[in-house]
Write a protein that binds this ligand. Sequence first.
Ligand SMILES: Nc1nc2c(c(=O)[nH]1)N[C@H]1C(S)=C(S)[C@@H](COP(=O)(O)O)O[C@H]1N2
Ligand SMILES: [Mo]
Length: 413
Amino acid sequence: MGSESDVDALSRRHFLKAAGLFGAMGMLGGRAAWAASGKGIQLPFANGERELTSDFPQKGEMILLRTRPPMLETPFEVFDQGVFTPNDRFFVRWHLTDVPTQIDADAFRLQVRGQVGKPLSLSLRQLMTEFDQVELAAVNQCSGNSRGFFTPRVPGGQWANGAMGCARWTGVRLKDVLDRAGVNANAARVRFHGMDSGVIKATPEYLKSIDIDHARDGEVMLAYGMNGEQLPLLNGFPLRLVVPGWYSTYWVKMLDDIEVLDKADDNYWMAKAYLIPDMPYANVVPGQTGFKSVPINHMAPRSFITNLRDDDRVLVGLAVQLRGIAFGGDAGVSRVMWSSDGGKHWKEAALEADHGKYAFRRWNAVFTPVSRGETVLMVKTINTKGVEQPEVANWNGGGFMRNVVEQTRLTVA
Ligand SMILES: Nc1nc2c(c(=O)[nH]1)N[C@H]1C(S)=C(S)[C@@H](COP(=O)(O)O)O[C@H]1N2
Ligand SMILES: [Mo]
């Protein structure tokens, strides 16, 4: 993991060279290399047996959900090690079977077209040298992170809490690129296309879109760097969209085409997939019908204890350090609070360094158990918009947006 100064010191030239080398390597992701190894882990829900694998290119030890296309979860202890998730432990999620296993960084072009005055075809070098370079720390979280905890269970990737990560993203403002192309007055949406595809022609290409005003807010980024390095192939090399505060379904990887539309986007990934009930916390009761559905959008606040796990034992009368992470979703973290009596009383945790409103925020507290037996610790955050985590879990058929106040059950001996 690079420090602030590492990132500053990283020159564009170095970036390009690394990207070129990467392209030349050419043999990444041979199918055999993607097979799982023999180690196992039990996630804390029924059917949570998983293999641990270190066999994916540029990835360290990860929890294997699926090999092709890859779904790899970050083991939870990684979140206790620092505020930024290392690239080699960052979760991976692809929908379509054919993910390119090599990219020629020199031949790569980003197309910008549709409702624009001047269509563009930009090389990586042009993106890196002809536009302002910006950097932003932001959480990338799958809409279905923690889906395995839904009760009743719902179909979809059965993640525990590791389909999220925080990185420093380096790249250019989408606004600057759109401004160079000159967006027409009738522009309504901006649509992004990834280079992955399905085996069958009929499989819809991966396309996501956002409103033109959102696209031009100066925060949405085209990122070629992650934690001071080029993007790992599986996290979208050579270029991905970063939509700060929004679920990562919008963070299109291997982005090669941007189309400005003059109307709503009715493609499969916007009109059919990733819809949520238009309710607070996307919450409905199982079996409920007749509600309006809308495309998933901004994230909700969450917080976790990272240094203690269910069934850990602590000693009565002795102080225990509590440590964890919080994020505000589409806003900063205002407060983190914790309880050791089932939520009757809440105490303020100390907040650590602020890396920006879209990043993880580390927190800490000291807990001294007063009586023996089972103790439930709870943690919750309130973001700077005043939105607080709910104490009862939300539910929807897609298994999206879980953000209930988390509990950790300890034994005090
Ligand atoms: N091209 C492309 N981009 C994509 C996807 C995909 O299937 N194809 N999946 C999206 C979803 S649903 C998630 S959760 C994130 C995962 O990002 P990561 O693999 O870098 O962690 O990528 C997003 N971008
Ligand atoms: Mo996702």
